[in-house]
Design a protein around this ligand. Structure first.
Ligand SMILES: C[S@@+](CC[C@H](N)C(=O)[O-])C[C@H]1O[C@@H](n2cnc3c(N)ncnc32)[C@H](O)[C@@H]1O
Ligand code: SF4
Length: 396
């Protein structure tokens, strides 16, 4: 049985203009206590009878911002299989050789860098603190430290980004030889500096057609370089797929550790208190850090299974009793049959929300049941676990 552990590190050096993740730039003084709280939480949760973790994901925020020995302490507290995948999200300008050596020794075997763009003016517009040379340096350090598995996160569709900028970003990303690339359409989140500027007319919103063109370019360029998509926003070389992410998309079990983290175990979904202060306080007073939970009935689980599967390369079983819809979707070039499954085409991936809605209707999912579906689809470019998206992860 696969078991993931997600550890949320809610600290950043600076907040990027577009980002609404649960993270703070003014709570660095809490890092030491936070690490200890995560360790205590894990010791309580990882009882002797609990299965060993098959994947661990340190997400943020900026996990690479906390001292490497602190991250190693948290990892030590996670009983895991020898072959477990262990990923740490890193900002390109917050890694150094000593830190990466500590990660390696502790068992980290995959790094995910938030590159976003390889064009200086695009990075500046996104409010990033690194430049393209910093990305190249960080990747070189990762290679020198022995990391074979590297993901590079990209964001496309900033208004200042030309199609040539995007092509260059893809080429320069591929030159760094990652085995995994995530590419997300820039999403304007309310409450972020970008969201406020767009709302006040101070900045333009990303253009849907431009983002669709850039998605197609990304897919073509990455495929030509030997990558294949395995989820709408994720491409990997054979064997480079992120096992932890697959767990989310396959409705697997994962523990949530840290502020604002979300977990899932056999139909129970839960989420932790949102701020680091409240998380530390809960753990110190031996209380549960959980802020809420949801028990998923079988209909909801089936519906979510479809919502998630449709976005993956594995696709969904060809629905029975919906021949007309299947014929229409194939005729419109949105899906293609593969044995007994329906897989989104490139065009279908651009219109995944539409395809999903039509499938849900054909399978007679009552409208009221589709509410979480709508939430999932609105944030379809989100890299977060689907549960976090569906539940509105910022509300706890
Ligand atoms: C939680 S961030 C953590 C990564 C790391 N802190 C960094 O930024 O380098 C994970 C990824 O989400 C993506 N992301 C965050 N906000 C986004 C937005 N509004 N639109 C598109 N992608 C976004 C970025 O690609 C980012 O690298
Ligand atoms: S994108 Fe990454 S670095 Fe920027 S604020 Fe969000 S979590 Fe922090």
């Amino acid at each position: 049985m696969a078991l993931g552990v997600y550890v949320h590190i809610p600290f950043c050096a600076e907040r990027c203009d577009y980002c609404d993740f649960a993270t703070w730039t003014d709570r660095g003084h809490l890092i030491g206590e936070y690490v200890e709280a995560c360790v205590v939480d894990l010791r309580r949760r990882m009882t002797a009878s609990a299965p060993r973790a098959t994947s661990v994901f340190f997400g943020g925020g900026t996990p690479s911002l906390i001292p490497a020995r602190g991250l190693a302490r948290i990892l030590e507290a996670i009983e895991r299989e020898d072959v477990a995948e262990v990923t740490v999200e890193c900002n390109p300008d917050s890694v150094d050789p000593e830190q990466l050596a500590i990660y390696r020794a502790a068992g980290v075997n995959r790094l995910s860098f938030g590159v976003q763009s390889m064009q200086e003016h695009v990075l500046a517009e996104l409010g990033r603190t690194h430049d393209p040379a910093g990305v190249e340096y960080a990747v070189r350090l990762a290679r020198d430290a022995g990391f074979e598995h590297l993901n590079l996160d990209l964001i496309y569709g900033s208004p200042c980004e030309s199609v040539d900028d995007w092509r260059r970003t893809l080429d320069e990303t591929l030159a760094l030889a990652p085995d995994h690339v995530s590419a997300y359409a820039l999403t304007v989140e309310p409450g972020t500096p970008l969201g406020r500027d767009v709302a006040s007319g101070g900045r333009s919103a990303p253009d849907d057609d431009d983002q669709a063109d850039k998605y197609e370019i990304a897919d073509d360029v990455l495929r030509a370089a030997g990558f294949d998509w395995y989820e709408i926003s994720n491409w990997a070389r054979p064997g480079g797929e992120c096992r932890h992410n697959l767990l989310y998309w396959e409705q697997g079990d994962y523990l949530a550790v840290g502020a604002a983290a979300h977990g899932h175990e056999d139909g129970r979904r839960w989420w932790n208190v949102r701020t680091p202060e409240r998380y530390i306080a809960a753990i110190r007073s031996a209380e549960s850090p959980e802020a809420g939970e949801e028990l998923l009935d079988s209909t909801t689980r089936e519906e979510e299974a479809l919502l998630l599967a449709v976005r993956t390369r594995g696709g969904v079983p060809i629905p029975k009793h919906a021949e007309a819809l299947v014929t229409d979707l194939i005729g419109e070039g949105l899906v293609e049959p593969d044995a007994d499954r329906l897989i989104l085409t490139q065009r279908g991936r651009l219109l995944a929300s539409d395809v999903t809605t039509r499938l849900l209707v054909a399978l007679s999912v009552p409208a009221s049941r589709s509410a979480p579906a709508a939430a999932l689809l609105v944030r379809s470019s989100s890299p977060l676990p689907p549960s976090e998206v569906a539940l509105g992860r910022l509300d706890c």
